[in-house]
Design a protein around this ligand. Structure first.
Ligand SMILES: [Mn+2]
Length: 338
């Protein structure tokens, strides 16, 4: 389906219903929160009700955007109708994911809603909603929604522009990743012209961290070792986090800092998240497919960012990871020589 055709469908969908429950994916990220907030603000602009559902802490992103009503944490989506002011029926919109299970808490919303609609940019086979639109070659769902709003001639106010900019910046790594296109920059320019504080948003998203996260990074760098072939590995035991006065789960961003090290071709971050359970996060610059490495250990992900969870002892796991990465680096070298 073309963008124009779907913009038509979306327009009709928004006009047909009065109340909308909107959910992004579980463990909300910048794109997910940005696109849900932007569409909710558009719906409010039409004098209709919108309510967001989050599964996981979205506060890092919601706190810099215009507030939008959200379903209370203790409520289930089957009783969401009670939380709307103007009535108790609602339509359901799924953004930045297309499989109901990916929303977490809102997995059953399709069943209780009057109708459902999806906008996404992940490669997917499921068309679970009544109306489904996926642009897998667009960098963020915020960019997809921006294009649709333009076609629908919906006025993009500053709060909507800010939410869209945040999401597009988030999913493109600050307009740096290979999913950034000329259209992405054109959108950014248009939103900037509408008054978006791009300096603040980019600094907040990519150059701001909590004191505790910085301390975790410091300890993680102390523990890091650089092996032949540019394999950077950092292992953090539970006691490392205990000494810092934090939980291992609070150090999610560290692996992104490890891969910034010039000599690192691959970064592996091993964290003992509970007794004998190790979470592995991997990032790769260009040579290694870390999704394949993760799959060897029962995990998954993308070519340049992947992870797995293991119950092997830390040292053994580290040795096996190094061996698996070396094997990939070596076979790449062999191919080059031939
Ligand atoms: Mn996204």
């Amino acid at each position: 389906m073309s963008r124009e055709e779907f913009a038509h469908q979306l327009n009709r969908f928004l006009h047909r219903y009065d109340r909308f429950l909107i959910s992004g994916h579980i463990r909300p990220d910048g794109d997910s929160v940005g696109v849900c907030t932007a569409l909710a603000l558009c719906i409010q602009q039409m004098n209709k009700e919108a309510m967001l559902v989050f599964d996981g802490d979205a506060s890092r992103y919601t706190q810099i955007l215009k507030p939008v009503p959200a379903l209370p944490e203790e409520a289930s989506v089957s009783e969401a109708g009670r939380y709307f002011k103007s009535g108790d029926t609602f339509a359901f919109i799924m953004l930045d994911c297309s499989e109901p299970e990916r929303t977490g808490r809102a997995a059953d919303a399709i069943m209780v809603a009057e109708a459902s609609l999806t906008i996404d940019h992940h490669v997917t086979s499921k068309e679970a909603a009544d109306f489904n639109y996926v642009e897998s070659d667009t960098g963020s769902t915020c960019e997809v929604l921006y294009a649709l709003l333009r076609l629908m001639q919906v006025p993009i106010t500053l709060p909507i522009a800010t939410a869209l900019f945040m999401g597009a910046a988030f999913d493109t790594g600050g307009f740096r990743h290979s999913n950034t296109t000329a259209d992405t920059y054109r959108m950014a320019a248009d939103l900037k012209e509408k008054g978006v504080d791009s300096t603040f948003l980019l600094n907040y998203l990519f150059h701001t961290r909590k004191f505790m996260e910085a301390r975790a990074l410091s300890q993680s760098l102390k523990n890091a070792k650089l092996y032949e072939g540019g394999i950077l590995i950092s292992c953090m035991q539970q006691r490392d986090f205990f000494m810092l006065g934090m939980h291992a789960k609070e150090a999610d961003g560290v692996v992104g800092n490890l891969i910034e090290i010039e000599e690192a071709e691959v970064a592996c971050y091993l964290r003992e998240i509970e007794d004998g359970v190790i979470r592995v996060n991997m990032r790769s610059k260009s040579k290694v497919d870390v999704a394949r490495i993760a799959a060897q250990f029962g995990g998954g992900g993308h070519v340049r960012a992947a992870g797995c969870t293991s119950e092997l002892p830390m040292l053994l796991l580290k040795q096996q990871l190094i061996a698996a990465i070396r094997a990939q680096l070596d076979s790449a070298d062999d191919k080059k020589e031939r």
